[in-house]
Structure formats: structure tokens, C-alpha cells
Design a protein around this ligand. Structure first.
Ligand code: 9MR
Length: 356
């Protein structure tokens, strides 16, 4: 009986206090295989964004994270601003802690993010940069950061959100100072710094078909024609009960990217419920269906290798702060209890491949 309690990869959701003779029955009723075990059997990574503070301070956060996921993305600590407090100094402390946590728990990492227009340090935003200066700053940053983590990052989000919603390149500091070539430069520098890391272009709003996803497709197609080292496209998947791209369109988009030889990762999935209809319970069921559908699309696409959510507990999600409204967009509630969305993912991963 003791063997059953300790058997990995199962974990007790509500272990309770039971006597030795009751243990087998109790555990059988309340254990669920972990997402990471099931995902590994399906040949994909399942993951989440991770914040430094709860990782440091909340045992439940650490425990659930280690039990359930086999890939993590630092939510903020690898961004330009925290890593580069001054032009001449780098601060890797928090990011190093996360990398060490991943290593201890046999998890992979998605590095996030090398080139973005947000979360840039004040010294950089306020500086009047010549093209050469901008190139030098960005190149040094990429060499230094990717070099520091060489061999430890499975995939880097090299360029993030470079496309505007109208299908033109977003007018960012990098476009203004360097010009559109900043994108290919960034990929080449990242590849030089870590030839084994997979290099991704990552964006939101281009999951299904439409102007933005077509523009992203053309961008990566051009990069490949120029022999730029790019391995994949990240589909962020910040969606809500009222606006979720149709699964068939996402499948279609994944297929055309696979025909270019590119991988796809779902990189930042969450499902807002604040704009939906019905009781909370009904919304959580609708949310579970969306999570299920999106994982299903990924499982069916031969080039979809990772399914990463933008957090896992409603206690730590960017959405309430961003929308200024309460929400519950993730798969565990604020007390780290699994929600219908968690069970929907487990159930889908448990199904034999043929019936999916
Ligand atoms: O979740 C991140 C939040 O904590 C930060 O305040 C915010 C700053 O812009 O960035 C959030 O993460 C974003 C990610 O890096 C890129 N895609 C969109 C994510 C949500 O805004």
C-alpha cells in the first residue's frame, strides 16, 4: 500500500488524513496523473510562465509547478529592463535562480525575450541612438544573455511582437533606429551565441488566419529565404470566452508553417472569463473547453511541440492588473486547486491517440 502512495508520476489532489488500511481506496479516488507525465507520453512539452516572487515565497507555487510542468518561461526576469539596470551592467541573479529551479526539477526553459519594445530600461528609452549605437547595444545584449545561458535554454523568443495588427512592422525603437534588418540580425546573433537553442519569432493575434498571421507567415518565409536561422513561431494565445480563433484556422496556420519546416509552440495561453456569459461555473466549463480545443489542435499538428500557459494559478496572472477587473484565466484557482480546465487537459492527454 505504501508503494501506491509513493508511486510517481501520480500526485494526491486532496490527500486527506486516512489510516493505513484506507489509503489505497482514498488515493485511488483522488489522484490524477500529472500533466507533465501525460504530455511526455504524447511527445510534447507542457509549461507555464513563472514569476520570481511566488517562486521564492510560496511553497504551493513551487510544488505545483514542479509536479505539473516540464517546461517554464520566465515571465519577466529575462527581459531587457531587469537584466540591464545600467548600460554597462547585467543582473542575472533572478533569472539564474529560475534556471537553477528548472534544472533541479528536470524542466526545459523557453527564454523570453531578447528583442521587444516593452520593458526596456529608462536609460535606453531616453537615449538618442544612432543606428550604429543601437546595433551595438542590441548585439551586445544578445551575445551576453544568450551566451550566459548557452546550453540551458531549449528555445528563445528572439523577436517578440514585431508585427502590428495591420500587418505592417510595428513602429518600435528597433525599427526606428536600425530598420527592418534588426529582425534578421537578432536571429543571427542569437544563433552565434548558442547554436543549439531553437530560435522563435513570437506574437499574439496571429494564431488563426487573417491579416496579422499572413504577415507573420510572410516575414518568416522571407527570413528562411535569406537563410536566417529561425526554427519556429510562437503563437501566444491570449484569448477569452468571447474571442477565440477557430481551431480549424489554427490547424491550418500550423500546417502552412510546418510546410516551411518550422515548429510552433503555444507560448502564452490564458483564457479570460470576464467577458463571458452565465454563472461562474458555466464560464469555467466554457473556459475548460477552450483549453481543451487548443491543446487538441497542438496534439494533432506534427510541428506543435510545446503548450505553454501564461501562468498556472489565478493568484498570479497578469490579467486582473492589466484589465483592471478580476478574472480567473488559468487552470488552477487562487488556492492552487485544479479547475475544470486542468481536468480537461488531463482527460485529453489521457485519451488514446486514435480517438482524438
Ligand atoms: O505577464 C507580463 C507582465 O507581468 C508584465 O507586466 C508585462 C509588461 O508588458 O508583460 C507581460 O508579459 C507579456 C509577454 O512578455 C509578451 N506577450 C504579452 C504578455 C502579456 O502582456
Amino acid at each position: 500500500m505504501g508503494l501506491i502512495i509513493q508511486a510517481q508520476p501520480f500526485f494526491a489532489l486532496n490527500p486527506g488524513n486516512v489510516t493505513a488500511n484506507q489509503i489505497t481506496i482514498k488515493i485511488a479516488q483522488t489522484t490524477t496523473p500529472s500533466l507533465r507525465t501525460l504530455a511526455a507520453e504524447r511527445g510534447i512539452k507542457i509549461g507555464t510562465a513563472v514569476r520570481d516572487l511566488p517562486l521564492k515565497n510560496e511553497p504551493n507555487y513551487q510544488k505545483t509547478l514542479a509536479e505539473q510542468f516540464n517546461i517554464i518561461t520566465p515571465e519577466n526576469v529575462m527581459k531587457f529592463e531587469p537584466l540591464r539596470p545600467t548600460p554597462d551592467s547585467y543582473n542575472f541573479e533572478k533569472a539564474d535562480e529560475m534556471v537553477a529551479f528548472a534544472s533541479r526539477n528536470k524542466m526545459n526553459l523557453r527564454g523570453h525575450v531578447l528583442v521587444w519594445h516593452n520593458q526596456l530600461p529608462k536609460w535606453l528609452k531616453e537615449k538618442k541612438l544612432s543606428r550604429d549605437e543601437a546595433i551595438s547595444i542590441l548585439r551586445d545584449h544578445i551575445y551576453k544573455v544568450v551566451g550566459h545561458y548557452r546550453g540551458q535554454i531549449m528555445a528563445w523568443d528572439v523577436v517578440n511582437e514585431a508585427m502590428a495588427d495591420d500587418g505592417r512592422l510595428r513602429n518600435t525603437i528597433w525599427l526606428q533606429t536600425i530598420g527592418p534588418e534588426y529582425i534578421e540580425m537578432a536571429f543571427r546573433w542569437a544563433h552565434e551565441a548558442d547554436p543549439d537553442a531553437k530560435l522563435f519569432y513570437n506574437d499574439y493575434g496571429g494564431e488563426g488566419r487573417g491579416r496579422k498571421s499572413d504577415a507573420i507567415y510572410r516575414l518568416v518565409e522571407q527570413l528562411l529565404l535569406k537563410k536566417v536561422p529561425i526554427d519556429g513561431v510562437g503563437l501566444q494565445m491570449h484569448v477569452g470566452l468571447n474571442y477565440t480563433p477557430r481551431p480549424q484556422e489554427i490547424a491550418n496556420n500550423m500546417l502552412r508553417l510546418s510546410e516551411l519546416g518550422l515548429e510552433v509552440h503555444i507560448t502564452e495561453m490564458d483564457v479570460k472569463i470576464q467577458d463571458g456569459y452565465g454563472t461562474r461555473k458555466e464560464r469555467l466549463v466554457a473556459q475548460a473547453n477552450i483549453y481543451r480545443q487548443m491543446l487538441q489542435v497542438c496534439l494533432k499538428a506534427s510541428n506543435c511541440k510545446a503548450f505553454v500557459m501564461w501562468g498556472f494559478t489565478d493568484a498570479h496572472s497578469w490579467i486582473p492588473q492589466f484589465t483592471n477587473r478580476p478574472d480567473a484565466a488559468l487552470i488552477f484557482d487562487e488556492n492552487y486547486q485544479p479547475k475544470p480546465a486542468f481536468y480537461a487537459l488531463v482527460e485529453l492527454l489521457r485519451q488514446p491517440v486514435e480517438v482524438r
